[in-house]
Write a protein that binds this ligand. Structure first.
Ligand code: ACM
Length: 474
């Protein structure tokens, strides 16, 4: 059986096969046809295409069927996004050396019916600790699209840098963007750059989720506008957390938030805007609750569904439907379960990112040159596959979950090779947990086999990945 990740809901083998060649054509739904024709190096053509992409019925909302028979390859789905998911499955049915360009490929006869477990399947990239260029972020968008991930959360602001131009507060991307961890300068996206990223992501059916973190993680903003905090501060190039805070009792702070959120919301066609709220250790509990109530009320006015890290659930004044993002461990630490359930009580759902299994910046093993270990690290690929999002917080089951996300924090991550070698293969575990059926048995040795096949395809595409070490051997 071909090694598809995430595993499809139903995958049957048939008799015979279909031969694709360099003269085969791709036709049907134009957006997905254009993508497949581009990545496979095949011509577009609607007269009896070898690969036909049809908008029609789906086995379940957001799903697709894929049939390979002696007469051709046909993917049918209810939306272009679901057809795109089917196109990713098709790519993995081809031999590894045909992954980024078809010359000749025998595709075994197959019937697949497939649909996602969760609507939200995400990756996060921290562009604040180290800045990544538009071209690098586009490459990561292409990378995560391979695994049917459909949201890219960009952590745009932190103590070490503010990375998105805000026209009403230009200093943010002056001194506020001039640094990153360990020096070497910083960087930022103009609003045009950012719009370009949003458009590119949409061409891969990925929604960008912008995060403006507050009231902590704000040293960069305060370095540009000292009145937002407790006076002048220097730009910061270290990796400590929890030392900065906005001025909670100053009306100026809330004028700032209104301006920033208005501009970010205007750049964001997607439904979500992330307001952070994590590790606000320099803000008293009373001030934190006051701040979250004010800031979320202002942000909600701009028409977006808010997301916050689970500490935001300390507030019981969240706008109805605010989404929580859980980042404690697979065994919840003090307060984390309670704070997470608070989002559900206030009409929201939850995205699961348990740090000890889903954080991609934790070292793979003690030998890893990159990464950190604070989240019960190292985290092997095997352990990244061995958890279930509906079995972590008591009272938080399938119905309360919006989905899963694999964050990549970049304190030690500098280059695109670093990003890819930390993300792959553990991001494949999180993608499968987010997509494949909840009742599908999770068998490590079977997954490890499929990871081998996926790794060969990553090699063909020139995407770095960390080998699964012998200690993880089935
Ligand atoms: C976090 O890791 N501080 C969300």
């Amino acid at each position: 059986m071909a090694s598809v990740i995430p595993a499809p809901v139903l995958h049957l083998e048939g008799d015979g096969s279909f031969d694709l060649t360099s003269t085969s054509t791709v036709g049907g739904e134009p957006a997905v046809a254009a993508y497949l024709s581009d990545v496979l190096g095949l011509e577009l053509g609607n007269a009896h295409p070898a690969i036909e992409l049809v908008i029609g019925v789906a086995p379940s909302p957001g799903g697709y069927t894929l049939d390979v028979s002696a007469t051709g390859i046909r993917i049918e789905a209810d939306t272009p996004a679901a057809l795109f998911a089917g196109a990713q499955t098709l790519r993995q049915l081809l031999p590894p050396d045909q992954f980024v360009g078809v010359t000749t490929a025998t595709v075994p006869a197959t019937h697949i019916e497939d649909y996602p477990r969760f609507a939200y399947r995400g990756a996060m990239l921290d562009v604040a600790r180290h800045f990544f260029t538009v071209e690098q972020v586009k490459r990561y968008i292409d990378d995560i699209a391979l695994l049917k991930l459909n949201h890219l959360h960009l952590h745009l602001t932190d103590d070490q840098g503010w990375r998105l131009a805000i026209e009403s507060w230009p200093g943010l991307t002056g001194i506020g963007a001039s640094t990153q961890v360990n020096g070497g300068g910083g960087g930022f996206y103009t609003q045009q750059d950012y719009a370009d990223l949003v458009t590119y992501a949409a061409s891969r059916f990925i929604t960008i989720v912008p995060e403006i973190d507050m009231p902590g993680h704000t040293n960069a903003a305060i370095s540009a506008y000292p009145e937002l905090g407790d006076g002048a501060v220097e730009p910061y190039e270290g990796i400590e957390v929890g030392f900065s805070s906005f001025a909670i009792r100053s009306e100026h702070t809330y004028e700032f938030i209104d301006d920033v959120v208005r501009e970010v919301a205007a750049l964001t066609p997607g439904p979500y805007l992330h307001l952070g709220g994590d590790e606000s250790l320099a803000t008293t509990d009373e001030d934190f609750r006051y701040f979250i109530g004010r800031a979320t009320a202002i942000a909600a006015k701009h028409g977006k569904t808010l997301i916050g890290w689970h500490e935001m659930g300390r507030s019981d004044a969240l706008p109805t439907g605010t989404i929580g993002q859980y980042w404690s461990f697979t065994t919840p630490q003090e307060g984390a379960a309670e704070h997470t359930l608070s989002f559900v009580r206030q009409g929201g759902r939850v995205i699961m990112s348990p740090a000890d299994v889903a954080y991609l910046d934790i070292k793979y093993d003690t030998q890893s040159p990159l990464g950190l270990v604070w989240a019960e690290g190292p985290t092997s690929t095997r352990s990244s596959y061995g958890w279930d999002p509906a079995a972590i917080v008591p009272g938080l089951g399938e119905a309360q979950l919006l989905g899963v996300e694999a964050p990549l924090w970049t304190e030690t991550i500098v280059t695109m090779e670093d990003v890819e070698s930390m993300a792959f293969p553990r991001i494949a575990s999180v993608a499968e947990i987010g997509w494949s059926a909840a009742d599908r048995p999770r068998d490590w040795s079977e997954f490890a086999e499929r990871l081998n096949g996926f790794g060969a395809r990553l090699d063909a595409a020139g995407i770095r990945h960390t080998p699964v070490p012998p200690s993880d051997a089935p």
